[in-house]
Design a protein around this ligand. Structure first.
Ligand code: KMH
Ligand code: ZN
Length: 271
Protein backbone atom coordinates (compact mmCIF):
# COMPACT_ATOMS: atom_id res chain seq x y z
CA UNK A 1 0.00 0.00 0.00
CA UNK A 2 1.16 3.52 -0.72
CA UNK A 3 2.06 5.73 2.18
CA UNK A 4 -0.83 7.63 3.76
CA UNK A 5 -1.31 11.26 2.78
CA UNK A 6 -2.95 13.26 5.54
CA UNK A 7 -4.58 16.56 4.67
CA UNK A 8 -5.30 19.09 7.38
CA UNK A 9 -8.28 21.30 6.55
CA UNK A 10 -7.45 23.79 9.25
CA UNK A 11 -10.12 26.47 9.01
CA UNK A 12 -12.81 26.19 6.34
CA UNK A 13 -15.40 28.83 5.65
CA UNK A 14 -18.31 27.91 7.87
CA UNK A 15 -16.93 27.23 11.36
CA UNK A 16 -16.52 30.10 13.83
CA UNK A 17 -14.58 30.71 17.01
CA UNK A 18 -17.95 30.54 18.79
CA UNK A 19 -18.21 26.93 17.60
CA UNK A 20 -14.66 26.13 18.73
CA UNK A 21 -12.45 28.85 20.28
CA UNK A 22 -9.37 26.94 19.06
CA UNK A 23 -10.22 27.63 15.40
CA UNK A 24 -7.33 29.44 13.67
CA UNK A 25 -8.50 32.40 11.56
CA UNK A 26 -5.85 35.12 11.37
CA UNK A 27 -2.84 34.64 9.05
CA UNK A 28 -0.61 34.14 12.12
CA UNK A 29 -2.97 31.61 13.68
CA UNK A 30 -3.35 29.78 10.37
CA UNK A 31 0.43 29.65 9.91
CA UNK A 32 0.91 28.21 13.39
CA UNK A 33 -1.90 25.68 12.85
CA UNK A 34 -0.40 24.63 9.50
CA UNK A 35 3.03 24.23 11.08
CA UNK A 36 1.67 22.19 13.99
CA UNK A 37 -0.41 20.01 11.65
CA UNK A 38 2.63 19.33 9.46
CA UNK A 39 4.72 18.48 12.51
CA UNK A 40 1.97 16.05 13.54
CA UNK A 41 2.04 14.33 10.13
CA UNK A 42 0.02 16.31 7.59
CA UNK A 43 1.52 16.61 4.12
CA UNK A 44 -1.23 18.79 2.62
CA UNK A 45 -2.74 21.91 4.12
CA UNK A 46 -6.17 22.65 2.67
CA UNK A 47 -6.50 26.38 3.13
CA UNK A 48 -9.34 28.86 3.51
CA UNK A 49 -8.69 32.35 4.84
CA UNK A 50 -10.73 34.94 6.73
CA UNK A 51 -10.96 38.73 6.68
CA UNK A 52 -10.27 40.92 9.71
CA UNK A 53 -13.76 40.26 11.05
CA UNK A 54 -13.25 36.51 10.80
CA UNK A 55 -15.53 36.14 7.78
CA UNK A 56 -14.52 33.94 4.82
CA UNK A 57 -12.73 35.73 2.01
CA UNK A 58 -11.01 34.58 -1.16
CA UNK A 59 -8.81 37.68 -1.25
CA UNK A 60 -5.58 36.96 -3.08
CA UNK A 61 -3.82 39.36 -0.72
CA UNK A 62 -4.91 37.49 2.41
CA UNK A 63 -4.06 34.13 0.82
CA UNK A 64 -0.60 35.44 -0.08
CA UNK A 65 0.03 36.84 3.38
CA UNK A 66 -1.06 33.56 4.97
CA UNK A 67 0.91 31.33 2.59
CA UNK A 68 4.02 33.49 3.06
CA UNK A 69 3.69 33.13 6.82
CA UNK A 70 3.22 29.37 6.55
CA UNK A 71 6.30 29.07 4.35
CA UNK A 72 8.37 31.33 6.56
CA UNK A 73 7.86 28.81 9.37
CA UNK A 74 9.72 26.30 7.22
CA UNK A 75 6.64 24.27 6.25
CA UNK A 76 7.18 21.90 3.33
CA UNK A 77 3.57 20.69 3.07
CA UNK A 78 1.63 21.14 -0.16
CA UNK A 79 -0.53 24.21 0.35
CA UNK A 80 -3.88 23.67 -1.30
CA UNK A 81 -6.05 26.80 -1.40
CA UNK A 82 -9.80 26.38 -1.70
CA UNK A 83 -11.54 27.56 -4.83
CA UNK A 84 -14.82 26.57 -3.20
CA UNK A 85 -14.70 29.52 -0.82
CA UNK A 86 -18.05 30.00 0.86
CA UNK A 87 -21.56 29.59 -0.48
CA UNK A 88 -22.81 32.72 -2.24
CA UNK A 89 -19.39 33.86 -3.50
CA UNK A 90 -19.03 34.51 -7.22
CA UNK A 91 -16.83 32.29 -9.35
CA UNK A 92 -14.48 35.22 -10.02
CA UNK A 93 -14.13 35.82 -6.29
CA UNK A 94 -13.45 32.14 -5.65
CA UNK A 95 -10.77 31.83 -8.33
CA UNK A 96 -8.48 34.54 -6.89
CA UNK A 97 -5.99 32.29 -5.02
CA UNK A 98 -5.17 30.55 -8.32
CA UNK A 99 -3.28 33.70 -9.34
CA UNK A 100 -0.66 32.70 -6.74
CA UNK A 101 0.02 29.49 -8.74
CA UNK A 102 -0.25 27.10 -5.80
CA UNK A 103 0.87 23.51 -6.32
CA UNK A 104 -2.70 22.28 -5.81
CA UNK A 105 -6.17 23.72 -5.41
CA UNK A 106 -9.64 22.28 -4.99
CA UNK A 107 -12.06 21.91 -7.90
CA UNK A 108 -15.68 21.10 -7.13
CA UNK A 109 -17.30 19.36 -10.07
CA UNK A 110 -20.98 19.92 -9.37
CA UNK A 111 -23.60 21.74 -7.35
CA UNK A 112 -25.00 20.42 -4.11
CA UNK A 113 -27.41 21.44 -1.39
CA UNK A 114 -25.23 22.53 1.51
CA UNK A 115 -27.20 22.67 4.74
CA UNK A 116 -29.75 25.42 4.18
CA UNK A 117 -27.78 26.78 1.20
CA UNK A 118 -26.71 25.70 -2.27
CA UNK A 119 -23.06 25.31 -3.21
CA UNK A 120 -23.31 26.29 -6.86
CA UNK A 121 -20.91 25.04 -9.52
CA UNK A 122 -22.42 25.42 -12.98
CA UNK A 123 -21.07 23.30 -15.86
CA UNK A 124 -19.73 26.45 -17.50
CA UNK A 125 -17.88 27.58 -14.42
CA UNK A 126 -16.45 24.17 -13.62
CA UNK A 127 -14.77 24.28 -17.03
CA UNK A 128 -13.54 27.84 -16.47
CA UNK A 129 -12.01 26.86 -13.10
CA UNK A 130 -10.42 23.74 -14.61
CA UNK A 131 -9.04 25.62 -17.61
CA UNK A 132 -7.48 28.26 -15.36
CA UNK A 133 -5.83 25.56 -13.23
CA UNK A 134 -4.47 23.86 -16.31
CA UNK A 135 -3.14 27.15 -17.67
CA UNK A 136 -1.33 27.87 -14.38
CA UNK A 137 -0.08 24.31 -13.77
CA UNK A 138 -2.16 23.83 -10.61
CA UNK A 139 -3.05 20.20 -9.77
CA UNK A 140 -6.77 19.98 -9.02
CA UNK A 141 -8.12 17.99 -6.13
CA UNK A 142 -11.60 17.04 -7.35
CA UNK A 143 -14.11 17.71 -4.56
CA UNK A 144 -16.92 15.16 -4.74
CA UNK A 145 -20.05 15.85 -2.69
CA UNK A 146 -22.27 13.51 -4.75
CA UNK A 147 -21.59 10.51 -6.98
CA UNK A 148 -22.40 12.33 -10.24
CA UNK A 149 -19.53 14.69 -9.64
CA UNK A 150 -17.14 11.84 -10.46
CA UNK A 151 -18.70 11.56 -13.92
CA UNK A 152 -18.47 15.32 -14.36
CA UNK A 153 -14.74 15.10 -13.58
CA UNK A 154 -14.25 12.28 -16.09
CA UNK A 155 -16.00 14.45 -18.69
CA UNK A 156 -13.47 17.21 -17.95
CA UNK A 157 -10.66 14.76 -18.73
CA UNK A 158 -12.33 13.76 -22.02
CA UNK A 159 -12.69 17.40 -23.01
CA UNK A 160 -9.06 18.12 -22.13
CA UNK A 161 -9.64 20.45 -19.19
CA UNK A 162 -7.97 18.16 -16.65
CA UNK A 163 -5.20 15.60 -17.06
CA UNK A 164 -5.31 12.09 -15.61
CA UNK A 165 -4.45 10.61 -13.18
CA UNK A 166 -7.11 12.35 -11.14
CA UNK A 167 -7.04 12.93 -7.42
CA UNK A 168 -10.42 12.93 -5.68
CA UNK A 169 -11.55 14.16 -2.29
CA UNK A 170 -14.82 12.54 -1.18
CA UNK A 171 -16.55 15.04 1.09
CA UNK A 172 -19.09 12.89 2.87
CA UNK A 173 -21.87 13.64 5.30
CA UNK A 174 -22.65 17.23 4.27
CA UNK A 175 -26.39 17.70 4.90
CA UNK A 176 -27.64 17.68 1.29
CA UNK A 177 -24.78 15.64 -0.15
CA UNK A 178 -23.80 11.98 -0.17
CA UNK A 179 -24.15 10.41 3.30
CA UNK A 180 -21.10 9.28 5.25
CA UNK A 181 -21.78 5.58 5.68
CA UNK A 182 -19.23 2.91 4.81
CA UNK A 183 -21.40 1.68 1.90
CA UNK A 184 -21.32 5.18 0.40
CA UNK A 185 -17.53 5.24 0.50
CA UNK A 186 -17.31 1.79 -1.09
CA UNK A 187 -19.58 2.99 -3.88
CA UNK A 188 -17.51 6.12 -4.58
CA UNK A 189 -14.23 4.20 -4.62
CA UNK A 190 -15.67 1.71 -7.12
CA UNK A 191 -16.67 4.56 -9.46
CA UNK A 192 -13.26 6.21 -9.93
CA UNK A 193 -10.62 5.13 -12.47
CA UNK A 194 -8.09 2.58 -11.27
CA UNK A 195 -5.17 4.96 -11.66
CA UNK A 196 -6.87 7.69 -9.59
CA UNK A 197 -5.96 8.53 -6.01
CA UNK A 198 -8.48 9.50 -3.37
CA UNK A 199 -8.86 10.96 0.06
CA UNK A 200 -11.91 11.17 2.28
CA UNK A 201 -13.20 14.09 4.32
CA UNK A 202 -15.95 12.89 6.62
CA UNK A 203 -18.03 15.67 8.09
CA UNK A 204 -18.65 15.75 11.85
CA UNK A 205 -19.15 12.31 13.35
CA UNK A 206 -18.29 10.68 10.01
CA UNK A 207 -14.70 11.93 10.10
CA UNK A 208 -13.13 9.20 12.19
CA UNK A 209 -14.88 6.05 10.86
CA UNK A 210 -14.32 7.10 7.25
CA UNK A 211 -10.68 7.94 7.97
CA UNK A 212 -10.18 4.46 9.43
CA UNK A 213 -11.83 2.94 6.34
CA UNK A 214 -9.51 4.95 4.09
CA UNK A 215 -6.44 3.78 5.98
CA UNK A 216 -7.52 0.16 5.49
CA UNK A 217 -8.60 0.59 1.85
CA UNK A 218 -5.46 2.34 0.61
CA UNK A 219 -7.05 5.76 0.35
CA UNK A 220 -5.96 8.92 2.11
CA UNK A 221 -7.41 11.00 4.92
CA UNK A 222 -8.49 14.59 5.47
CA UNK A 223 -9.21 15.84 8.97
CA UNK A 224 -9.46 19.28 10.53
CA UNK A 225 -11.74 21.96 11.86
CA UNK A 226 -13.27 22.64 8.42
CA UNK A 227 -14.91 19.23 8.63
CA UNK A 228 -15.16 18.48 12.33
CA UNK A 229 -14.60 20.54 15.48
CA UNK A 230 -14.83 17.65 17.94
CA UNK A 231 -12.26 15.20 19.21
CA UNK A 232 -14.95 12.89 20.54
CA UNK A 233 -18.67 13.17 21.22
CA UNK A 234 -19.24 16.50 22.96
CA UNK A 235 -15.51 17.17 23.43
CA UNK A 236 -14.08 19.99 21.32
CA UNK A 237 -10.77 19.35 19.58
CA UNK A 238 -7.84 21.33 20.98
CA UNK A 239 -6.17 21.81 17.61
CA UNK A 240 -6.00 20.55 14.06
CA UNK A 241 -2.72 18.88 14.99
CA UNK A 242 -4.51 16.83 17.65
CA UNK A 243 -6.85 15.44 14.96
CA UNK A 244 -3.90 14.72 12.64
CA UNK A 245 -1.92 13.02 15.40
CA UNK A 246 -4.75 10.58 16.08
CA UNK A 247 -4.81 9.51 12.41
CA UNK A 248 -1.03 9.01 12.50
CA UNK A 249 -1.35 6.79 15.58
CA UNK A 250 -4.12 4.68 14.05
CA UNK A 251 -2.26 4.31 10.74
CA UNK A 252 0.93 3.31 12.52
CA UNK A 253 -0.88 0.73 14.64
CA UNK A 254 -2.34 -0.68 11.43
CA UNK A 255 1.08 -0.69 9.77
CA UNK A 256 0.56 2.04 7.19
CA UNK A 257 3.38 4.55 6.91
CA UNK A 258 2.79 8.29 6.70
CA UNK A 259 3.83 10.19 3.55
CA UNK A 260 6.13 13.16 3.87
CA UNK A 261 5.22 16.24 1.81
CA UNK A 262 7.65 15.21 -0.96
CA UNK A 263 6.31 11.66 -0.96
CA UNK A 264 2.81 13.11 -1.25
CA UNK A 265 3.97 15.15 -4.26
CA UNK A 266 5.27 12.01 -5.91
CA UNK A 267 2.14 9.95 -5.19
CA UNK A 268 -0.15 12.71 -6.45
CA UNK A 269 1.99 13.69 -9.44
CA UNK A 270 2.26 17.25 -8.19
CA UNK A 271 4.99 19.02 -10.09
N1 KMH B 1 -17.04 25.94 1.87
C1 KMH B 1 -17.75 25.10 0.95
C2 KMH B 1 -18.96 25.77 0.44
C3 KMH B 1 -13.54 23.68 -1.22
O1 KMH B 1 -12.81 24.09 -0.32
O2 KMH B 1 -13.15 23.60 -2.37
C4 KMH B 1 -16.89 24.67 -0.19
C5 KMH B 1 -15.59 24.07 0.13
C6 KMH B 1 -14.97 23.31 -0.95
O3 KMH B 1 -15.06 24.21 1.21
ZN1 ZN C 1 -12.62 23.71 1.81
Amino acid sequence: MQKLIITAAICGAEVTKEDNPNLPVTPDELAQAAYDAEQAGASIIHLHVRDQDGNPTQSEVVFKETIDKIKSKGCKAIIQPSTGGAVGMTAEERMQPLNLKPEMATLSTGSVNFGADVFLNTPEYIEIFAARMKELGVKPEIEVFETGMINNALRLVKKGFVSAPLHFDFVMGVPGGIPGEVEDLLHLVRKIPQNATWTVAGIGRFELPLAIMAIIMGGNVRVGFEDNIYYSKGVLAESNAQLVARIVRIAQEYGREIATPDEAREILHVK
